[in-house]
Design a protein around this ligand. Sequence first.
Ligand code: 13P
Ligand code: SF4
Length: 304
Amino acid sequence: MNIAELQKEILKLKKEQDVCVLAHSYQTREITEIADFTGDSFALSVEASKVKNKTVIMCGVRFMAETVKLLSPEKTVYLANPVAGCPMAEQMDKDMIAEFKAQNPGVCVVAYINTTTDLKTVCDVCVTSSSAVKIVKELESDDILFIPDINLGTFVAKNVPEKNIRLMHGGCPVHAAVLPKTVEEAKALHPNALLLVHPECVPAVTEQADYVGSTAGIIKFAKNCEGSEFIIGTEIAIASHLAYECPGKKFYPLSKELICPNMKATTLVDVYNTLKGNGGEEIILDDETIKKARVCIDRMIELG
Ligand code: 13P
Ligand code: SF4
């Protein structure tokens, strides 16, 4: 089967089996074309809480499929490619955070959604890159522990100076690898372009940006902005989706190395095999874990 035939077959199977396919914006175009919904982590969570279909296939990374299961435990949820994990999600140890809470009563633990379900069970509220500043501002507590991304945490601390925000050393290996020198080179090559970057990049990079925001924020900014040239400082999929959707504008990836191998692990064949019952991984979480971990996801949706 070629790509178009495979897509046609997937659309047919989805309909027959009452399946909803959710895709993160870092997925390839051939996947977003067969998805019922494509968005950033926050939009995917909100969508997951509204899905009517009895089965959901997530084309993204593991914590995203687990978020769908937390919000819709009665549904059958699959991660299309079981090897797609987010390395940042595994960086903090649940016992260490529980111990920190015990020693610092009153501190509010804010977890980036890129965390394991197990870790979420000891956190107070989740945030995504698009909702972090808003949610932290609205929290009653002024004493915050933000985990695991030190770069997103630094960005939040800068935008919410009235709160005491403590950070730990975690982060995205893909975004954090972008060097300020790369920004200087890109700006020299494209002097008229605006620089749009994800807050998972280091402060020396975000400080040089014209706009800092989530993947959905970057897409919206580029579409609505009158400028016609943009350097895109996040996973290269976003520059290529924008080039397709805004043919009159020019988009340059900040670095060709901004590729998340985990996000790129999922293929159309994975989606097809999952629908055929011989691929993907069903997400199984026990009731107690769902009950505990869901608290901070519900709070995120309520405040975000
Ligand atoms: P968004 O919250 O922008 O979707 O980002 C998710 C992610 O994994 C970024 O690397
Ligand atoms: Fe995780 Fe970074 Fe990949 Fe996003 S880009 S899924 S944070 S490794």
